[in-house]
Design a protein around this ligand. Structure first.
Ligand code: NAD
Ligand code: UDP
Length: 311
């Protein structure tokens, strides 16, 4: 099949391209490099089945030839971007998603939106199943991202209902692994970077907040399962092993053999509304596919540590 991947030069997008090329597909990667890097596509660019298009999806795009799948992974995703480029995030999630939906409809391609666990906000239902409608602030520091994704889901379903577009929605939970930018503020890249430099690991708040981290290889496999699922979803894609931020900080220190201390720091202002607990209920995707996460947090962290040491 011929796939268009928007956000191809990003962390998840580049792994997705590599997986598709390894499976024998043809890939058009679109990205404006706002948070992604061409170096992530080093492997893909060596393939005759890969083409890179430098384009900002906030502008309409035209692609020659047939397309079977259009995936929208284009969006800044780090909380440190939320107060830096909030309007850009809103425009990408709204106008950008609509442009990609228009392209998919025009080509008769199936469209998939990379949504997020952030649509559940600071959840009051635990773990979070897809039917949970969320506890989201529409005005807080995270709202530019959360509401852009919620709008993205809404317009995706509106295209499905009114234009008959074939659509899928994946709600991605915290994903980590090789090619994460250590300076983008997300927790595991930050902790490993700090540990490798012998700097203190900066745990925000009291560290009892939890996340459920999924290795990028499992995430990509899950996203592929969503693309080929028999219904639109939304489908949660993540790992259900929950761990506190303090525990994961200690794990990073142990696995790196670092002499770093673990320090509690006040929650930065931009992180107001930091969800207290997050863990996916993935029963829905597992009921329609063979997909199961396979990489434990320890094994995944070892891979990421090795990659960051070598980078
Ligand atoms: P990333 O920043 O590494 O990748 C996003 C890519 O999209 C980048 O290459 C960026 O340059 C590109 N992009 C952003 N805006 C664009 C625009 N207007 N036009 C063209 N390209 C644009 O982030 P990621 O972690 O790989 O996230 C990929 C997708 O998955 C995002 O949509 C994100 O919201 C979603 N997601 C990620 C996580 C996670 O834990 N990594 C969790 C939930 C959802
Ligand atoms: N966090 C932290 N120290 C850091 C960066 C993040 O304690 O240097 C915490 C953050 O407050 C949150 C969790 O780690 O509770 C995950 O943050 P991340 O930015 O990776 O993703 P989020 O789930 O918030 O989108």
């Amino acid at each position: 099949m011929r796939w268009l991947i928007a956000g191809a030069a990003g962390f998840i997008g580049s792994h997705f391209c590599d997986r598709l090329l390894a499976d024998g597909h043809v890939v058009v990667g679109v990205d404006n490099l706002v948070t992604g890097q061409v170096t992530n596509l080093e492997g893909a660019l060596g393939s005759p089945n890969f083409e890179f298009v430098h384009h900002d999806v906030r502008e309409a795009l035209q692609i020659d030839g047939a397309l079977d799948r259009v995936l929208n992974l284009a969006s800044p995703a780090s909380p440190s971007d939320f107060d830096r480029i909030p309007l850009f995030i809103l425009e990408t999630g709204s106008r950008g998603t609509q442009h990609l939906l228009d392209l998919a409809v025009h080509k008769g391609a199936r469209f998939m939106l990379a949504s997020t666990s952030e649509v559940y906000g600071d959840p009051e239902v635990h773990p979070q199943p897809e039917w949970y409608l969320g506890n989201v602030s529409s005005t807080g520091p995270r709202s530019c991202y959360d509401e852009a994704k919620r709008y993205g889901e809404a317009i995706t379903m509106a295209y499905h209902r009114t234009l008959g577009a074939e659509v899928r929605i994946a709600r991605i939970f915290n994903t980590y692994g090789e090619r994460m930018r250590p300076d983008d503020g997300r927790v595991l890249g930050t902790f490993i970077d700090q540990a490798l430099r012998g700097a203190p690991l900066t745990v925000f708040g009291d560290g009892t907040q939890t996340r459920s981290f999924v290795h990028v290889s499992d995430e990509v496999a899950g996203l592929l399962a969503v693309c080929e699922a028999p219904s639109s979803g939304p489908f949660n894609v993540g790992n259900a092993d929950e761990i506190s931020v303090l525990e994961v900080a200690r794990m990073v220190v142990r696995l790196t053999g670092s002499s770093s201390s673990v320090e509690l720091r006040p929650l930065p202002a931009g992180r107001l509304g930091d969800p207290g607990r997050r863990c996916p209920d993935t029963a829905l995707l597992q009921s329609v596919s063979e997909w199961r996460p396979t990489v434990t947090i320890e094994d995944g962290l070892r891979r990421m540590i090795d990659w960051m040491r070598a980078a």
